[in-house]
Design a protein around this ligand. Structure first.
Ligand code: ADP
Ligand code: MG
Length: 482
């Protein structure tokens, strides 16, 4: 828990996040129009999405299934009856004059998310609810000097609003929450989690309190579109609130906008209350009734989720919590690791995947799917380390060459003559020469200077371009130097 030191003492952050996640679905929530990203403006708009009079919404079964999957993945209660309501407000890119959302009766109730923190610790954050709603269109203000354009492609696209409890206490925890939520959504295949394309956006609710005191008044910073910005927005808003409070002021419950360019937020409007929206059940839609058997079917089709995978990596492979957490953060990486680790030393496999391999991926900007060193090839390299053909140090050189050429480790070791020298007579010969040529160092060692041994090892390595088996070199040196 990160406390903020003010002039008058310590303050604690209280954070709750509302995440809008765009559901992976070919069609919209109440129409058959396409949801593909990047299409020509207004090319994916049905009469329902354009709110033509008399058009009737027809619920997309797949969107409902996705919400149920997500609810199950968040260990949440699935409500067998939920109700779509109209949330009334005017906006130029909202042609209906209302958004169809869920209010009193959401499709998913309380659940939990387990955060994996930097130090390998975990922390549980409550989910308040998940409901389905339509997205609005998009106003475009930067295409014309005096006019705004409206693109309705997004109008009617299915969103899940996932509301957390006010359980987070630091920007770090908020970041961990968003990363974990994104991982779970991606495992489930219910949202692609791409914040830069707007498929996941967060509203940040934040208040400050003296530790142990009741919650204070919160502000809500809307539509923050990266995890880094969420964390910056939290830090900035926390400092602003502390300043106001320490000067004896009061926090106004308001909606704020964060600007990633300046790192500052400004007030957008005073907070609306639920009654301002005049919610009422949408008369065009019946209450949504779910069949428990269908929910069971969906449950049976869920993949192994990150928490379960992490425990399995810890108990089955003996990995530390931190390594396991890093490896399961991405489903494809986890599968890659499992292939590498199969039948090998899991800790060595984990070190290589999270070390050299991640490093090379990052450096080259290559996606896992396009890697020149696939899991089988990386496994082949580890086998050469395990059977003593090459040392760990030479393996790094071999790995680089594999990354360049896409060739197998053994082919590279063969071609470049990188095989480790484990022939003791060859090493003995080298050691004899070095001892004969360096009487001064021999004296020093015999005089009790242990460090000189390292120097001798270095000489042997130099003579063999690093290929001598280090264990064997040490052994022979000690024996010969007495
Ligand atoms: P609204 O529709 O007013 O935004 P919601 O119920 O949708 O209300 O969301 C409220 C969000 O604010 C939740 O994520 C909740 O955890 C969070 N929250 C509620 N009270 C506080 C508080 N005092 N400080 C910080 N966050 C809070
Ligand atoms: Mg809200």
């Amino acid at each position: 828990m990160a406390l903020i030191e003010g002039k008058t003492g310590a303050w604690e952050m209280v954070i709750g996040l509302e995440v809008h996640a765009q559901v992976i679905s070919k069609a919209k929530l109440f129409s058959g129009a396409s949801t593909a990203f990047g299409a020509e403006p207004n090319s994916q708009v049905s009469l329902v999405d354009a709110a033509m009079p008399g058009m009737l919404p027809v619920l997309n079964r797949h969107s409902v299934e996705q919400a149920v999957r997500t609810g199950l993945g968040l260990n949440a209660k699935i409500n067998l009856t939920s109700v779509f309501e109209r949330k009334n407000y005017f906006y130029a890119d909202l042609p209906q004059g209302y958004q169809i959302s869920q209010y009193l009766h959401p499709i998913v109730g309380e659940g939990t998310i387990i955060l994996d923190l930097e130090d390998g610790e975990t922390r549980e954050v409550g989910i308040e609810r998940l409901h389905l709603e339509q997205d609005a269109g998009k106003s475009i203000h930067d295409q014309h000097p005096s006019q705004s354009y409206i693109d309705l492609n997004r109008s009617g696209v299915t969103l899940m609003e996932i509301v957390s409890k006010p359980d987070m206490r630091s920007a770090e925890e908020a970041g961990a929450y968003l990363r974990k939520l994104r991982t779970i959504l991606r495992y489930l295949g219910t949202c692609d989690g791409n914040m830069d394309e707007g498929s996941m956006r967060a509203d940040v609710n934040l208040s400050m309190r003296r530790p142990g005191e009741p919650f204070g008044t919160r502000t809500e910073t809307k539509n923050v579109n990266s995890i880094r910005f969420v964390q910056q927005a939290i830090e900035a808003e926390a400092r602003r609130q502390v300043e106001v409070l320490e000067e004896g002021g009061e926090i106004v419950q308001e909606t704020r906008l964060f600007d990633g360019m300046t790192g500052k937020s400004r007030s957008m409007r005073s907070k609306e209350e639920a009654h301002d929206y005049r919610y009422f059940p949408d008369p065009d839609l019946l209450p949504l009734e779910l069949d428990p058997a269908w929910i069971e079917e969906i449950k049976a089709s869920l993949p192994e989720l990150p928490d379960a995978k992490k425990s399995r990596f810890m108990s089955g492979f003996g990995l530390p919590a931190y390594d396991a957490g890093v490896l399961v953060a991405d489903r494809e990486i986890a599968a890659f690791f499992e292939t590498v680790a199969e039948g090998r030393d899991p800790k060595l496999a984990a070190n290589w995947v999270t070390g050299e391999f991640f490093g090379a991926l990052n450096k080259s900007g290559i996606e896992l799917a396009d890697t020149p060193v696939d899991a089988k090839k990386l496994g082949g390299l580890l086998d050469l380390i395990a059977d003593g053909t090459i040392s760990g140090r030479i393996a790094k050189e071999v790995f680089e060459a594999m990354w360049e050429s896409g060739e197998d480790a053994s082919a590279i070791v063969e071609a470049k003559g990188l095989k480790q020298i484990s022939d003791s007579s060859e090493i003995e010969g080298l050691v004899d020469d070095i001892i004969a040529n360096n009487p001064k160092q021999v004296e020093q060692f015999k005089g009790g200077n242990e460090k000189v041994l390292g120097w001798f090892v270095g000489q042997v390595m130099k003579a063999t371009q690093g290929k001598a088996n280090p264990g064997l070199v040490n052994q022979v040196l000690r024996q010969k130097l007495g």
